[in-house]
Design a protein around this ligand. Structure first.
Ligand code: WTA
Length: 633
């Protein structure tokens, strides 16, 4: 860790924005905007004015019950009304809201008018299924228009959605659905991936055997493959049948600013995933404001975020913020390298994408194929590039800057989390950039690097990344577990939000994010807990104990390295390795990328029996084991 950071801090290149970038930018003076943001209540209240409220708020921020902050107290609003119906009354009515495309070359365009009709029909259908305000509705869907429609339909009627990433598998689906006590599940027959149709329905079928709260399973016929009716359980209803004859208007539920909007599960230090709960108005304000200013959104933009809607990036920046701003969002179902590694650039040219947001892992992957693919396409429509999900190494940054942006387009390295709901540390288009640094906190946000007592550390020294003041799109709790919310985020460093990342600040006040300080891995930008992987391993009949660490990987950032104690007499044969890989994949899905598996006789533990992953990591890296005084033996 130490070494990595020294390398980062030697990165001294600074890139100043071109004059025409500044001319176009909504915010032209970064420092001045940061100064404006010092008065957080005033700043965010101004931003909240952009929406149509049924009733304005009485109080911007309520801090009387920390850390359970409340924003826009007393306000009444509806997200779907603001993201969709509001635009139907303007000249955006016939503008494309959602441009869906997939790797097979299919496309579907929904204007704001068409989207509003679809959302309303499905909202009415949900009401007919008995869904009322506060009920939980889960989605296990690929990137398809019905996913966006059903999320918006939930908002319309005040149901709380909980989207499960379609790359997660049975074990993960069951755990999330049961924790949320979902009443409805919306799923599809399958998804397209690298020329194949991946079956989702059989995963749902299996999960459903263990999800007792679900009353109805709505099935989207997405791939066109025939569905075997004999395999239906009786709870299913097809999406197209369900909306047949439903009226295309629907009265929006008047939501309290603090009414729950969605739950999104993410990984933490323990095996049980955390149900991150976001509420309505603050989330809308934070997501829309950051999107507008970081991506510099204007009329006529064609915006593309390649993230999956199953993660927070997709929630905030594929669907909600773009629609709240009335822009056109490209929703792509496919991989960056299929049918060839020019897939992304082909779409940028084909549709004239103006703003492009992706993950460093995708850039690193595409870099391997050289410059011939980006050079084949005309990328001149691009005006802003951006990244999210993990630190971007300067090499990947430079490649992106040179070959995609033609050395003219600024790169927004956005740091944020499922919990934060919105970008918190990020440049703006007018900011001077340093490759590998997410630069500074967004206006209205106060971030710092501190020691374990909460004292700021000297510039250049590593410490814990904290957020010192509440922000509108912050999560409000972990679903059903206030205790864990306090324990995980607010207890170690009282008064501040502890992000779980290590960071440094340089002499210009720029943040350099170093990676997680807890037992969470980032594999190809996906967040996964070591404990989740360990419990997947030990649910295999031949595994007694497991310890998992992240191992550096040049493309994926990290992959899993597992240390296993096997049942007596068992040896780690090739057949068993394959079997274990399959098993973990079945439990967790393809996100759990296994690098290496090693058989061990013992695992390093503290006297109280906790696995010391730190020792395993140090051993793996050939480093000094550090303080081992708490080691059992
Ligand atoms: C990491 C994704 C460095 C970080 C939006 C954080 C980043 C975790 C960046 C949250 C970035 C995200 N630079 N690291 N620009 N963006 N991270 O919840 O470790 O899936 O804590 O949210 O991703 O992951 P999550």
């Amino acid at each position: 860790m130490e070494r990595d950071t020294d390398v980062l801090l030697q990165e001294e290149r600074i890139f100043y924005p071109d004059e025409d970038v500044i001319q176009r930018a909504l915010i032209k003076n970064w420092e001045e905007e940061i100064r404006k943001g010092k008065d957080i209540e005033k700043y965010w209240a101004e931003k909240a004015e952009q929406f149509e409220w049924f009733k304005k708020w009485d109080q911007v921020l309520d801090e009387s019950n920390k850390p359970f902050y409340k924003w826009f107290v007393g306000g009444k609003i509806n997200l779907a009304h603001n993201a969709v119906d509001r635009w139907v009354e303007t000249d955006k009515r016939n503008q494309v809201a959602i441009l869906y495309a997939n790797e097979r070359g299919d496309e579907r365009k929904l204007t704001y008018y068409e989207l509003s009709r679809e959302v309303n029909k499905f909202a009415n259908a949900l009401r007919n299924l008995g869904v009322v305000k506060g009920d939980r509705v889960s989605m296990y869907l690929p990137m398809c228009p019905e996913l966006l429609i059903s999320m918006l339909a939930c908002n319309k009627i005040g149901a709380i959605h909980s989207v499960v990433y379609s790359g997660l598998s049975v074990g993960a689906v069951v755990e999330r659905m049961n924790d949320a006590k979902a009443k409805i599940l919306i799923t599809a027959d399958g998804t397209f991936r690298r020329g194949k149709v991946i079956d989702l329905k059989s995963i749902t079928d299996e999960a459903m055997l263990q999800c007792k709260t679900v009353e109805t399973v709505v099935v989207v016929k997405h791939t066109g493959s025939p569905i075997d009716i004999s395999e239906l359980s009786g709870k299913e209803i097809f999406y197209d049948r369900l909306i047949e004859g439903e009226p295309a208007d629907c009265e929006p539920e008047q939501m309290d600013a603090e009414d729950p909007l969605f739950i999104l599960y993410t990984s933490g230090s323990t095996g049980k995933p955390k149900g991150v709960l976001h509420t309505t108005a603050g989330y809308m304000v934070g997501a829309a404001t950051t999107m507008q200013n970081v991506f510099d959104i204007h009329n006529g933009d064609l915006y593309w975020c390649t993230g999956d809607i199953g993660w927070i990036t997709g929630h905030s920046y594929v669907i909600y913020a773009p629609l709240l701003l009335g822009t056109t969002t490209l929703v792509y179902e496919g991989a960056p390298d299929y049918p060839d590694p020019g897939a992304f650039w082909h779409l940028v040219e084909k549709y004239g994408v103006t703003k492009f947001y992706t993950a460093p892992t995708a850039i690193r992957h595409l870099m391997r194929f050289g410059t011939k693919y980006p050079k084949r396409y005309n990328l001149e429509s691009l005006k802003i590039l951006a990244t999210v999900g993990e630190p971007i190494n300067p090499e990947a940054w430079m490649w992106y800057y040179k070959y995609i942006g033609n050395e003219k387009i600024p790169i927004m390295d956005t740091w944020w989390q499922t919990e934060t709901g919105m970008h918190l540390i990020t440049p703006l288009p007018c900011s001077p950039l340093k490759p590998g640094s997410a630069t500074k906190a967004f206006p209205g946000i106060e971030a710092d690097v501190v020691d374990d007592q909460g004292n700021p550390v000297p510039l250049g020294k590593g410490g814990f990344l904290v957020i010192k003041k509440p922000w509108p799109a912050m999560f409000r709790t972990l679903y059903g577990d206030d205790e864990r919310y306090i324990e995980t985020y607010w207890k170690d460093i009282p008064g501040y939000y502890k992000a779980g990342d290590m960071a440094r600040k340089d002499e210009d006040g720029y943040f350099w994010i170093q990676g997680r300080s807890d037992d969470v891995l980032k594999i190809a930008g996906h967040r996964i807990g070591t404990a989740e992987v360990e419990s997947a391993f030990v649910s295999h009949p031949l595994v007694v104990e497991a310890a998992v660490i992240g191992k550096d990987d040049p493309i994926k950032g990290q992959v899993i390295k597992a240390f296993l104690i096997l049942k007596e007499e068992q040896k780690l044969r090739t057949g068993l390795i394959e079997d274990l890989k399959k098993h973990v994949r079945y439990e967790l899905g393809p996100v759990a990328v296994l690098g290496e598996i090693e058989q061990v006789e013992k695992l390093p533990k503290t006297r109280s029996g906790k696995i010391m992953r730190r020792v395993l990591r140090a051993r793996e890296a050939g480093e000094d084991l550090g303080d081992t005084s708490t080691l059992e033996e």
